[in-house]
Structure formats: C-alpha cells, structure tokens
Design a protein around this ligand. Structure first.
Ligand code: DQA
Length: 151
C-alpha cells in the first residue's frame, strides 16, 4: 500500500479559529481525519504532521523517502513565499510533492502570488478551502499511478 506524508507548515495548527473568512472553519484535526479516510478509500496510508518550524519541516522532507513514503502533500503556509531552503529540500529529494493551499493565492496580496516551492512540485492546488487537500491527495496518487502503475 502506498504511503503518503501530508505536511502542514506554520500557523495551520490554528485552523478553525484563524481568519475563518479566508481559511474556513475546519480544524486541522478534522482535515487530517478526512485525509486518512480518503486515503483508505483510495488504497493509500496517509500520515499527517504539522510544524511551525522550518527546520523540522526540512528534516521531515529529507527523511520521508527512507521512512517509506511515496510522495508528499504539502501546505508550506507562509514559507511558500519565503523559504528557499524548503524549495531546495523538495528539489533535493526524489519524492514527488503536490503543493496545496486553502486560499486562492492568486486572488490575494501580490506577495502571496509567488511560490518558491511550487516549481519544485508536481503541481499546485489552491483556493478550494479544506478540499484543496483532498484534491491534492488524489492528484498525487494519480501521478504515482501514471508513473509506476497500480500498487
Ligand atoms: C496558505 C496561504 C499562505 O499565504 C498563508 O501564509 C498560509 C496559508 C493557504 O493554505 O491558503 O499560512 O498556505
């Protein structure tokens, strides 16, 4: 069974109460539970982690392949727009990554329109609220099936 690592970056632990007009009212725990369940229906084992620390996210990306994960679904939060280190990490490991965002980055402030990490990803899903994660997971699994066949 394929294993997928879902990573959430800074401030996403506050989902549910953080700027609900932008990010919705779903909590991170409910998003994670939904992803584990969706993974089960799609034949994948999903593990979800969140950190507010760039270095922790870097270590998780570095270790993901050796830990048996086939790919990443990643919402880097504000690090999307600032972190060359996370972009380099994604480029430096051989794991495919789908970048996801709850909000539509392209409808927000100019600084949010630029993603340093997206060019290192298979693709980006942005603007569908909590559903962006499920769409990202489906996209990653389809990508892996196209690349490797069914497992
Ligand atoms: C976000 C968008 C980022 O610009 C912001 O800093 C976040 C959340 C999103 O999911 O819409 O923390 O990644």
């Amino acid at each position: 069974m394929r294993r997928v690592l879902v990573l959430h970056g800074p401030n996403l632990n506050l989902l549910g109460t953080r700027e609900p007009a932008i990010y919705g009212r779903d909590t991170l725990a409910s998003i994670d539970a939904g992803l584990v369940e969706l993974g089960r229906t799609l034949g994948a084992e999903v593990e979800c982690r969140q950190s507010n620390h760039e270095g922790v996210l870097l270590d998780w990306i570095h270790d993901a392949s050796a830990a048996g994960f086939a790919g990443l679904v990643f919402n880097p939060g504000a690090f999307t727009h600032t972190s060359l280190a996370l972009a380099d990490a994604l480029g430096g490991v051989s794991l495919p990554c789908v970048e996801v965002h709850l909000s539509n980055l392209h409808a927000r402030e100019p600084i949010r329109r630029r993603s340093l990490t997206a060019p290192r990803c298979v693709g980006q899903v942005s603007g569908f609220g909590a559903r962006s994660y499920g769409l990202g997971l489906r996209a990653l699994l389809d990508y892996l099936t196209d690349r490797d066949g069914t497992e």
